[in-house]
Design a protein around this ligand. Structure first.
Ligand code: 5GP
Length: 215
């Protein structure tokens, strides 16, 4: 699936995947990154505590509020936001380095973060929203994973409702009813976006050569 192409894209993209919690976004994005070695997950910094099973540097960079504020002052974030009382931000350097290599970055961030990145990099960003089949199903999944209190679940559901109403701001909307189907949709989006003419300047050179050929 991920053989290097003879003419790889010269311009990477910023793939932003947004979904309410409990819609399976993490499984989808982790698999997309595992299947594509030219796509790098942007590991966010956060001031929230690690959940059981989460590792520093893999799931998040877990930092103190002071460290986070210092990073804001150093302009070290492409975007940052406060979500449910904690700070989250996308560190700028690894993303810029990936783009410079012609590779891409995937952002597992919230709605406001995705819109902020998009506002700064309209040509390079691709916005994908993942829809749950219903709010009832989303509520069921949140209860099954039992990570959140009733109050937090209620907040997540009402926030999802507000976000879903803004679905037209996204380039693509995927329904995650069946994981394999949703994954195939996400992978197809990534592949097609990489093939866009504007991301493949080598095509101009090739066409130039073709036009010079005698027939
Ligand atoms: P959680 O605490 O459940 O891991 O994440 C809470 C919310 O913060 C999720 O919607 C997640 O997508 C969002 N988030 C994670 N990293 C970032 C980031 O770097 N920037 C922004 N704006 N949101 C983030």
């Amino acid at each position: 699936m991920n053989k290097p192409h003879a003419h790889s894209p010269h311009r990477g993209l910023l793939l932003m995947v947004v979904a309410p919690s409990g819609v399976g976004k993490t499984s989808l994005t982790r698999r997309l990154v595992a299947d594509h070695n030219d796509l790098h997950l942007s590991i966010s910094a956060t001031t929230r505590d690690p959940r059981p099973g989460e590792h520093d540097g893999r799931d998040y960079h877990f930092v103190t509020k002071d460290k986070f504020k210092a990073m804001i002052d150093q302009d070290a974030f492409l975007e940052w936001a406060e979500v449910y009382g904690n700070y989250y931000g996308s560190p700028r350097p690894p993303i810029m380095e990936a783009l410079e290599r012609g590779e891409s970055a995937l952002f597992d961030i919230d709605f406001q973060g995705a819109m902020k990145v998009h506002a700064q990099a309209k040509e390079d960003s691709v916005l994908v929203y993942i829809l749950p089949p219903s709010l009832a199903e989303m509520s069921r999944r949140l209860h099954t994973r039992s990570q959140d209190s009733e109050e937090v679940i209620h907040r997540r559901l009402s926030r999802a409702k507000d976000e879903v109403a803004d679905w037209e701001r996204f380039d693509y909307v995927i329904l995650n009813e069946d994981f394999d189907r949703a994954y195939a949709d996400l992978a197809h989006i990534y592949h097609a976006e990489r093939l866009k003419r504007a991301r493949n300047p080598w095509i101009g050179d090739l066409v130039g050569d073709l036009l010079k050929e005698e027939i």
